[in-house]
Design a protein around this ligand. Structure first.
Ligand SMILES: NC(=O)c1ccc[n+]([C@@H]2O[C@H](COP(=O)([O-])OP(=O)(O)OC[C@H]3O[C@@H](n4cnc5c(N)ncnc54)[C@H](O)[C@@H]3O)[C@@H](O)[C@H]2O)c1
Length: 263
């Protein structure tokens, strides 16, 4: 069994997930990175680029290519983690997608609705359910183990965007998923947290960069800048290493103050 803590990060191949892997590797975690983006020939993008970087911190990195919306693949994710490391201490449910096209709520298609919810909510829910059963077993064997689960939701859990309702609905639902798991798992000493990023500069927001540049310049964000993946990763590292041990169910917003309502 690995003598280091092991974290499993979904959507680890780029953006926020990638930065979470690097932040946790720097703090001494071994990492399992799950993503669709996993081409061993491509060292510039995807899990194999992240693997190189993590190994640069002298940590181990296991790449698992999987689509989290395919529930049949979840056992393989757990099995490969246990085969390699023999333990799992932290699960970061980060993989998520925006709608392929922003479309007004009056025109949202069932296909887009199902796609976004099946990845952002259904996939994360059932992957968590499976991993948690193993975590409960681990805690039963050694009560000193304090595993935790972190969900990356979004300010879209409470901000309305009529041009991408399926995304907002998925993040509002994910927020409740985090709350219910926190409630259910407290008796096992497994803490559950929700991290809510605001507007973060990644490939996901690249298509709307100009729109957000303008809104930020006009004062949309009190802290007056884009968020970076490293802003989110720092919060995740702090939660994962146990700085908030008496705060299960905590929601940490990383949005430059977009949570502030003002007159
Ligand atoms: N960028 C933002 O402004 C922002 C804001 C709030 C919340 N978020 C959330 O943060 C998370 C990461 O977003 P990001 O900006 O880094 O996005 P991104 O598109 O840059 O990266 C997402 C990663 O998830 C992977 N992925 C997508 N679908 C997957 C699936 N079905 N199975 C496995 N992997 C899958 C992608 O291949 C990619 O590597 C998402 O849940 C997103 O909703 C992002």
């Amino acid at each position: 069994m690995s003598d280091k803590k092991v974290v499993l990060v979904t959507g680890a191949g780029q953006g926020i997930g990638r930065e979470i892997c690097l932040g946790l590797a720097e703090k001494g975690f071994d990492i399992v990175g799950v993503d669709i983006l996993a081409d061993p020939e491509n060292r510039n993008k995807g899990l194999f680029e992240v693997k190189q970087k993590v190994e640069g911190f002298n940590q181990k990195f296991l790449s698992v290519q999987a689509d989290i919306s395919n529930l049949d693949g979840h056992q393989k994710i757990l099995d490969s983690t246990l085969d390699r490391f023999g333990r799992i201490d932290v699960l970061v449910n980060n993989a998520g997608v925006a709608p392929e096209k922003r479309v007004d709520i009056l025109e949202t298609t069932p296909e887009s609705y199902d796609r976004v919810l099946s990845i952002n909510v259904r996939g994360a829910f059932f992957l968590t359910q499976r991993i948690v059963k193993h975590m409960i077993h681990q805690v039963g064997e050694d009560a000193n183990r304090k595993p935790c689960i972190i969900f990356i939701s979004s300010i879209s859990a409470y901000v309305s965007s009529p041009s991408r309702p399926e995304y907002c609905i998925s993040k509002a639902a994910l927020s409740m998923v985090a709350k219910i798991f926190a409630d259910r798992l407290a008796e096992f000493g497994i803490n559950v947290y929700e991290v809510r990023p605001g507007i973060i500069q990644t490939d996901m927001t690249a298509p709307v960069k100009e729109k957000y540049d303008k809104l930020i310049a006009e004062g949309l964000i009190p802290q007056k800048r884009w968020g970076y993946p490293s802003d989110v990763a720092k919060a995740v590292v702090s939660l994962a290493r146990g700085d908030f041990a008496y705060s299960t169910g905590l929601v940490v917003e990383v949005s430059g103050g977009m949570n502030i309502r003002h007159l």
